[in-house]
Write a protein that binds this ligand. Structure first.
Ligand code: DX5
Ligand code: ZN
Length: 214
């Protein structure tokens, strides 16, 4: 089973509610929300108050990807809103173990994201705690970038790591440059959650775009 999560980063920000309803109607499985703070990444998007409003626009589960410094300060707010997955960047978390526990204690699923240059082995110690490994296949911060081919090997490594620690429930998500051309290789490498921003919101026929990814 492959799950498709359109990233609203490529949606029309002046019509976010309509855009989310549109991709829900056209076959999305969840909504991927990119929180950016202008510090961890050189771009700024939205925070918890906007997500709280968007929560009422869809029945789909929300998948929050935190590209921020001090991600621990967002956890309680995201829990109140009812977000399903909270994924934090390994590179932003000197106390990753503590933060994963904090996310679980708040009642949400916990993911760890890796920039292209960060090895999968950096998650070895916390792998049993994870509900998701997010392999970034572009450098985070912007939509519409080209898929970085060497990240395919990291998807496979992430699967091997989860298997090695006996974690049978965590999913592998891939984010960045996922489109009809790259999705097959991403799935073949072992990913089951595909994020797509420009390939869905930029498509003339979004239903066909989601079907093509699946
Ligand atoms: C990038 C974000 C992605 C982005 C992907 O930093 O994390 O979710 O929206 O955009 P595409 O699919 O256009 O590469
Ligand atoms: Zn993302």
């Amino acid at each position: 089973m492959i799950y498709i999560g359109p990233s609203v980063l490529s949606a029309d920000f002046s019509r976010l509610a309509e855009e989310i309803k549109d991709v829900e109607a056209k076959g999305a499985d969840y909504i991927h929300l990119d929180l950016m703070d202008g510090h961890f990444v050189p771009n700024l998007t939205f925070g918890v108050p906007v997500i709280a409003k968007l929560r009422n626009c869809t029945t789909l589960p929300l998948d929050a990807h935190l590209m921020v410094e001090h991600p621990e300060t967002y956890v309680d707010g995201l829990a109140k809103v009812g977000v399903t997955y909270v994924t934090v960047h390994q590179e932003a978390c000197p106390h990753l173990d503590r933060l994963l526990q904090q996310i679980h204690e708040a009642g949400m699923k916990a993911g760890a994201a890796l920039n292209p240059a960060t090895p999968v082995a950096t998650l070895q110690c916390v792998a049993p705690l994870l509900d998701m490994i997010l392999i970034m296949s572009v450098n985070p911060g912007f939509g519409g970038q080209r898929f970085i081919p060497y990240t395919l090997a990291k998807i496979k490594e992430a699967g091997d790591l989860l298997a090695a620690v006996g974690n049978k429930t965590a999913v592998i998500e891939v984010d960045g440059g996922v489109n009809a051309d790259t999705a097959a290789a991403v799935k073949a490498a072992g990913a089951t959650f595909l994020v797509a921003g420009s390939a869905v919101f930029g498509a003339a026929d979004r239903r066909a775009a989601i079907a093509a990814l699946r």
